[in-house]
Design a protein around this ligand. Structure first.
Ligand code: NAI
Length: 409
């Protein structure tokens, strides 16, 4: 039986902005020999020139791939955003050009969780204030405002990837954990789900927020919710800047209702390290302010490189779009004794029938077919037993509403 394989030596990979070495290695280990790594972001003209030849591009946050660019990149198959966010790419435009975009939403989960636990301990010992005074030459040796976290209750709002990791770490230092999530979540360890956010706020010694930014979560903690919290409780936000009303938090610090606060994210964050940072929480003694670095560790960068590269290689090798942020998702294994075709088209009636006609009119049996659609496009993968040498590709390309087609192996 004939075995089909993709000629990966022809696929050009371009990795920009100093993407972690793990990515290059993974491509090479998987047979991709043409991998070019560039340390910085490229100016638009140079980027366009490079993209005329590249099949796969990896970027971080400084490279923008905007509307209009994809008309000039006929060879580009896939984009990897080696970041959590993907707003540096025009996702709709990429989709309508048949280019899936992949990212790494969860590779820095552990880094955020570790920071949160460290901050919880620091706040409960009043360390920010004692440290700041020591820097000024003031010796504030005192047991005041210093408690162990062991036996205290940590309330976690949002029990997703990060919230549940925080839960595990908190229990391992002896904390009791309760959590509130709008979706029913299986509790880890001895953590207890509580029926409402108000319940959580009223029983917790420290509260940490791990929800996404949505219309529902906007200012979800404001004066009214803080008033429900225990006097002397601590509050930590490493999720998104708009979930917390920082003005209300500042008032609660002034009245000493809150004993300590740690914030990593803010409604207005400087776009670069050269711009000033302003927030209502500046100047309070027991407050830790960090510049959105909850997920910024070397380990997270290494994990992001692997997570995104694996998704890119899977798409390039077998057509799987699992984890794509702008594309219908198809998950499948490789099937090397079959020949596999991809067809990406505008989601209008009749295209699939035309695709099938191209095969049946040539007497070719389709042995498997996988289709997923969204309102804009359809993505179909077909497998045949016949060896077509790619001759059918032109016919598939000529079907009206076709965006892109490819023979995998
Ligand atoms: P996730 O999607 O795994 O979990 C979010 C959880 O919040 C889900 O379980 C969801 O059901 C829950 N949720 C949504 N709306 C809610 C509501 N109104 N009330 C209660 N629960 C609600 O997300 P993940 O990865 O845990 O990230 C959480 C947050 O952390 C996100 O905002 C993310 O952007 C942020 N983040 C911050 C980083 C940093 O550097 N500080 C790094 C990585 C993520």
């Amino acid at each position: 039986m004939r075995k089909y394989s993709l000629d990966k030596s022809k696929i050009k990979v371009l990795l920009l902005e100093g993407i972690h070495e793990n990515s290059r290695q993974y491509f090479i280990e998987n047979g991709y020999t043409q991998v070019e790594c560039i340390q910085e972001a490229l100016h638009r003209k140079k980027l366009e020139k490079k993209l005329e030849e590249a099949h796969i591009i990896g970027i971080r946050s400084r490279t923008e791939l905007r509307s209009g660019l994809f008309e000039k990149t006929p060879k580009l198959l896939a984009i990897g955003c080696f970041s959590i966010g993907t707003n540096q790419v025009d996702l709709h435009d990429a989709k309508m050009s048949g280019i899936p975009v992949f990212n790494a939403p969860y590779s820095n989960t552990r880094s955020v969780a570790e920071l949160v636990i460290a901050e919880c301990i620091m706040l409960m010992r009043d360390i920010p204030e004692k440290s700041a005074l020591a820097h000024k030459g003031i010796w504030m040796k005192s047991v005041n405002h210093s408690v162990e976290v062991r036996g205290k209750t940590l309330g976690i709002i949002g029990y997703g990837h990060i919230g549940s990791q925080v839960s595990i770490l908190a229990e391992s230092v002896g904390m009791d954990v309760c959590y509130y999530d709008i979706v029913k979540k299986l509790s880890l360890g001895k953590a207890k789900s509580v029926p409402s956010m108000e319940d959580l706020l009223s029983i917790s010694d420290a509260v940490t927020i791990h929800v996404p930014s949505t219309p529902l979560t906007k200012s979800m903690i404001s004066a009214e919710q803080i008033a429900i919290m225990k006097k002397g409780a601590c509050l930590i936000n490493a999720s998104r800047g708009d979930v917390l009303d920082y003005g209300a938090v500042a008032n609660a610090l002034r009245t000493k209702h809150l004993a300590g606060v740690a914030a990593d994210v803010f409604p207005e964050e400087p776009a670069s390290n050269n711009e000033p940072f302003v927030n209502e929480l500046q100047g309070f003694p027991n407050v830790i302010l960090t510049p959105h670095i909850g997920g910024s560790t070397h380990e997270a960068q290494a994990n992001i490189a692997l997570e995104v590269t694996e998704k890119l290689v899977k798409y390039s090798d077998i057509g799987s779009t699992i984890g794509a942020v702008n594309f219908p998702e198809i998950s499948l294994q490789s099937h090397k004794t079959k020949q596999r075709f991809l067809h990406i088209h505008r989601n209008v009636p009749g295209v699939l029938r035309e695709v099938n006609n191209q095969f049946s009119s040539k007497g070719i049996n389709i042995s498997a077919q996988y289709l997923q659609t969204d309102p804009d496009i359809g993505y179909v993968i077909l497998e045949t037993d016949s060896d077509l040498n790619g001759t059918i590709l032109n016919d598939l390309r000529n079907i009206p509403h076709t965006i892109r087609t490819r023979i995998l192996y």
